[in-house]
Design a protein around this ligand. Structure first.
Ligand code: NAP
Length: 250
């Protein structure tokens, strides 16, 4: 049996790239990162990269077996919960250890005016009483939840252009982090934003908007994260994930 261990990282996040970088120099490991293929020009990851869905949990379990994967790290975005559940099912089927790498969520501080929602639909329900000009930073995939809000105007920021269904009154800003407090403050001012909507993605790259909103007195609707599948251990950053891998696969 080969002494080289194969680690599959389900990626699409800064933490996934950080983990691939941290493992790349280890000759005892072979690292493959998996991307969903949503972004046309993804940022580079160290090691091998494969792209596209696996075909559900059965397809992922098959891939794990065929490629002799020894450990699986689900380092997808905290809101990519379909994939996280597929990972849990597939790892159980393939009988390999699974770790969820999840950066911690954001926490409100003094001066923040946060309203929490359990879903994008819940966030959409809150908006009409909070403001009229909305900065929507929840990504292009969930815009349907806001499509019936015909009286409100949206500034939608996303990496790739959104497709319908989407709100009728909106402007799209194609951009991806990291963002600065100065830049976010200027956006709020220029577009006369009176509500910010965000997922509780956590991390530093996109946190500047929260500081800018606090300083401008703008309320924020924060969509809560889905839970990590039961029983799956969680690492908060790549170094914790490296430590877990060392004990899981040696
Ligand atoms: P999702 O709803 O949880 O997953 C939908 C399907 O996409 C999965 O069933 C799987 O297809 C495929 N998929 C997802 N992640 C994959 C990966 N890393 N490698 C291969 N296939 C993957 O996922 P999502 O929310 O659309 O997110 C897609 C990707 O974008 C993820 O990699 C995530 O890390 C990244 N991302 C998501 C968000 C967000 O807010 N959701 C934000 C930033 C980045 P099969 O069933 O065919 O395997």
């Amino acid at each position: 049996m080969s002494a080289v261990r194969h680690v599959l990282i389900l990626g699409g996040t800064t933490e996934a790239r950080g983990l691939a970088d941290a493992l790349a120099a280890d000759p005892a490991l072979r690292v493959t990162s998996s991307l969903a293929g949503r972004v046309t020009e993804p940022r580079r990851s160290a090691g091998q990269v494969r792209t596209g869905g696996f075909g559900g949990p059965e397809g992922l379990a098959r891939w794990l077996r065929e490629h002799r994967v020894d450990a699986l790290v689900d380092a997808t975005h905290p809101f990519a919960d379909t994939m996280s559940f597929h990972a849990a099912e597939a790892a159980a089927t393939a009988r390999i250890p699974l770790l969820a790498l999840r950066r911690p969520g954001w926490e409100a501080g003094p001066g923040d005016r946060w309203h929490t929602a359990g879903s994008l639909a819940g966030a959409a329900e809150l908006l009409p009483v909070l403001g009229r000009r909305i900065f929507l930073t929840t990504g292009r995939m969930g815009l349907a939840a806001f499509a019936r809000l015909t009286d409100l105007w949206f500034l939608v920021r996303s990496v790739e252009a959104p497709e319908p269904p989407k709100p009728p009154r909106m402007e799209v800003l194609l951009d991806r982090g990291p963002f600065t407090v100065e830049g976010e403050t200027e956006l709020l001012r220029r577009h006369r934003i009176d509500v910010l909507v965000t997922k509780d993605s956590g991390g530093r790259a996109t946190a500047a908007k929260l500081t800018a909103a606090r300083e401008a007195g703008v309320p924020v609707v924060v969509v809560r994260r889905p839970a990590v599948p039961e029983g799956v251990p969680v690492a908060a950053d790549p170094s914790e994930a490296v430590a877990w891998l060392r004990s899981a696969v040696g």
